[in-house]
Design a protein around this ligand. Structure first.
Ligand code: LLP
Length: 413
């Protein structure tokens, strides 16, 4: 469900025609819908009903302050992976006490900042990290709350670049090693085990991998409790997929039912870390056509957004819908929509059937709210896009377009 739709052939974000924003702010521009963001958060948290749970938005999907502020207002917690993300949570008014911290390469400084800030817990990914966290805890005279991120060795059956739960993955500790590690941690004075954690991958569109992983994790949770570890949290990760083209992922309600069926009788508070699900189809990237160019093999349409603005097609062969901001009739042709970046992989939409765009016309790359702006780069010295948040018939710029001077700040010629 999203709030981008045609009214009299003109694509709107809620009550605002997207072309009005593009004309005022320029292109490329990311546009987000407040109503969609709020609705997604509510649907997700309500899916768990009265079962004790906390939704910790995986902010790597979109870490723009205005998006974080909105989700914090809705009561969301946060899943962070760096000190930078913690700083953003604080700047946006989010609560560190509802924040969990994952990632295979945390530094001592990042751990110390997060511990002083009072985060809910650390998701620890290796024995050496556990030792460092113990030292950080002791230095502050505290027990650092942690869960081990466990690799349940489940195939999420998603793109290999975003699958994390297999034996060969760099994430988490092997399932077999977990019990011994909790026993070891119990003797360390700077640590307090509070839960167990897993995350098996992203854009998962079936229930079975979640069911397999969570059943294993629930068993582990109970085993550890039986051994005297005072755990309270079962962190089930994120990864629930969304519809880019024809995927039919489980609904949040179906997902929550599966999670509660697998883990409900453990008595644990469930921590759910959705990223894409909350923000993916709450955002679009609006771009303007620069040129059309025909070669013997292809009809190209060159637009002013490139792979630096939206990396997903180049990186994962990902599909994003492409919609004209103003629909018009005509014969459809097959086109490759490409950006200005000097790389052959800078193709935003491959072999799409479209009414041949005119120069200057505006298009929206759909479902670009997740892993769009947060993964944007300045490659080719291209300043990153502006971002706009729509709310009903109002809209505002929530991040100015970067300037060329911004790009060389701190450089010394
Ligand atoms: N929790 C952990 C520990 C994660 O590593 C991730 C994503 C999430 C939660 C959120 O996953 P989500 O609900 O968004 O699927 N850049 C890729 C996706 C990378 C996901 C990395 N980890 C993409 O554009 O598809």
């Amino acid at each position: 469900m999203n709030h981008f739709s045609y009214r009299k052939r003109v694509l709107h974000a809620e009550d605002v025609p997207l072309s009005a924003i593009a004309d005022a702010v320029g292109t490329p521009v990311y546009v987000y819908s407040t109503a969609t963001l709020r609705r997604h958060f509510r649907v997700v948290t309500e899916a768990f009903g009265s079962h004790p749970h906390l939704v910790c938005y995986a902010m790597k999907a979109n870490s723009t302050l205005a998006v974080l502020r909105l989700l914090a207002e809705e009561g969301s917690g946060f899943d962070i992976v760096s000190g930078g993300e913690l700083a953003r949570v604080k700047a946006a008014g989010g609560q560190p006490g509802k924040t969990v911290f994952a990632g295979v390469g945390k530094t001592a400084d990042e751990m110390a900042q997060a511990l002083s800030a009072g985060i809910l817990f650390f998701n620890v990914e290796s024995p050496e990290e556990l030792e460092l966290l113990d030292a950080v805890g002791r230095a502050q005279g505290k027990r650092a709350p942690f869960a081990l991120r466990v690799n349940p060795n489940v195939d999420a059956r998603t793109h290999r670049h975003i699958s994390t739960g297999l034996k060969t993955s760099k994430f988490g500790v092997p399932f077999e090693d977990t019990v011994a590690l909790y026993a070891k941690a119990k003797k360390m004075k700077g640590l307090q085990a509070v839960g167990v954690d897993c995350h098996i991958g992203s854009q998962i569109t079936r229930t079975a991998p979640f069911k397999a992983a969570l059943t294993k994790m629930a068993g582990l949770y109970q085993e550890l409790r039986a051994q005297g570890h005072a755990l309270q949290y079962l962190d089930i990760g994120g990864g629930l997929g969304i519809t880019y083209t024809e995927e039919t992922p489980p609904t949040p309600a179906e997902y929550a039912r599966t999670a509660i069926a697998a883990a409900g009788n453990t008595g644990a508070t469930l921590i759910f870390e959705p990223g894409r699900l909350l923000v993916g189809n709450a955002g679009v990237l609006v771009t303007r056509v620069l040129f059309r160019k025909k070669t013997p093999a292809r009809q190209f349409v060159v637009v002013d957004a490139g792979m630096n603005d939206l990396m997903r097609p180049a990186l994962y062969d990902a599909h994003h819908g492409l919609q004209p901001l103003v629909q018009r009739r005509g014969k459809e042709v097959e086109v490759d929509v490409v950006g200005p970046v000097c790389e052959s992989t800078d193709v935003l939409a491959r072999q799409r059937k479209l009414v041949l765009p005119n120069q200057g016309e505006l298009y929206a790359l759909m479902t670009a709210g997740a892993y769009g702006m947060s993964m944007a780069s300045t490659y080719n010295s291209r300043p990153r896009p502006a971002e706009v948040l729509v709310d009903g018939d109002a809209w505002r710029v929530v991040r100015e377009r970067e300037s060329v001077e911004d790009l060389w700040r701190g450089e010394r010629p």
